[in-house]
Design a protein around this ligand. Structure first.
Ligand SMILES: NC(=O)c1ccc[n+]([C@@H]2O[C@H](COP(=O)([O-])OP(=O)(O)OC[C@H]3O[C@@H](n4cnc5c(N)ncnc54)[C@H](OP(=O)(O)O)[C@@H]3O)[C@@H](O)[C@H]2O)c1
Length: 326
């Protein structure tokens, strides 16, 4: 059987993304064959396309990009007991840009009826990331001040809302004036336009010279070092992403003056066991179903329009998450 996929035969810009037909194998032991209804688009897909995905990127060319999707199970391989044909599921697993695909059953989650395929595909990876960032790596408590960089981005919208729902006062940064109201509608009490305003000075001002308790930095290169200037003593700077480029080497002594805690986490380790994966997903779905967090899908692209999807994501012009419809 064949299926439509988007894959790359070499690393590079959006032009290396090829919409083509590929062979589809039958599911082996512990695997399922999924007819995908929606596929997620993550900034990390652009790193994999460029060849910057870091230690996780060991796949051989050609590589089918994408890391999350949703759909309906068509057939199951031997030894699969938790899932059956017809089940509506979502997953986080490389190789998502495809109409049909084979996935390990261990990566699948059943979807509650209130969560649509589009929402699941667009937000599962970011939702589980937000879950460990606000509930486990740093446990937000009422009264905390959380600074969220790129607060109108895919991750930013979830972090702002969830941190706010847990009682934090959220300060957001955004790259354009047009994004201020969006960040404010998603949990931020104050929003700093960091492309023209000094976010460190303003954060210190807004916190009466104390600094933020926690900083969520998915921007990296252009925001990380300056974040050290507006974290409170013993506060935590979480460098969880690198949208503006890698932070690179920096002097550890910079942390000494305020006993700053810096961490560079990845979702992978926080959902490595089935127990953690299911608990994180349950917490995220619960946050969405209860209305604590609105999980929106802001744009949709056809699978064959994937180049435009990547171009727009990298242009900094987008707000919130997008979904790809196969
Ligand atoms: N560690 C983890 O577990 C984990 C999990 C999920 C995602 N991530 C990371 O989180 C980051 C955000 O992911 P996302 O998919 O939700 O993306 P996104 O926030 O929707 O898009 C990235 C945002 O970063 C900001 N940005 C600042 N400088 C930029 C630049 N030079 N080029 C492009 N964007 C720039 C832009 O907002 P402004 O214009 O407002 O600045 C842009 O909208 C990515 O680095 C991703 O890999 C990490």
């Amino acid at each position: 059987m064949k299926t439509a996929v988007v894959r790359i035969h070499r690393h590079g810009g959006p032009e290396v993304l090829q919409y083509e037909e590929a062979e589809l194998r039958s599911p082996g032991p512990g695997e399922v064959l999924l007819a995908q209804t929606a596929i997620g688009l993550n900034f990390a897909d652009t790193y994999q396309r460029e060849g910057e995905a870091g230690p996780h990127d060991t796949a051989a060319m050609p590589i089918i990009l994408g890391g999350q999707g949703a759909g309906v199970i068509e057939t199951v391989g031997s030894g699969v007991s938790l899932f059956k044909p017809g089940d509506r599921v979502a997953y986080i697993h490389p190789g998502a840009y495809a109409e049909r695909r084979v996935v390990p059953a261990g990566t699948l989650l059943h979807l509650p009826p209130q969560i649509s395929d589009e929402v699941a595909a667009a937000t599962l990876l970011r939702g589980l990331t937000a879950e460990y960032l606000v509930r486990r790596l740093y446990k937000i408590k009422p009264g905390d001040v959380a600074l969220v960089h790129a607060a109108a981005g895919g991750m930013g919208l979830l972090l702002g809302q969830w941190a706010n729902a847990l009682g934090a006062r959220v300060i957001g940064t955004v790259g354009a004036d047009s994004k201020v109201d969006i960040a404010k509608a998603h949990g931020c009490r104050d929003v700093i336009v960091y492309s023209r305003e000094d976010f460190a000075a303003l954060t210190m001002e807004l916190t009466n010279g104390v600094g933020a308790d926690v900083i969520y930095d998915g921007v990296g290169k252009s925001a990380f070092l300056k974040s050290l200037d507006c974290i409170r003593p013993m506060g935590m700077v979480i460098s969880y992403g690198t949208a503006s480029g890698n932070v690179g080497a920096f002097d550890l002594q910079l942390l000494h003056r305020k006993s700053i805690i810096v961490t560079r986490p990845t979702l992978r380790t926080w959902i490595a066991t089935r127990t953690d994966y299911e608990a994180a997903a349950a917490a995220f779905f619960d946050a969405v179903i209860s209305g604590k967090v609105r999980a929106e899908v802001n744009r949709s692209y056809a699978l064959r329009d994937i180049r435009r999807a990547h171009e727009e994501l990298e242009s900094r012009a987008t707000v919130g998450p997008a979904v790809i419809i196969p």
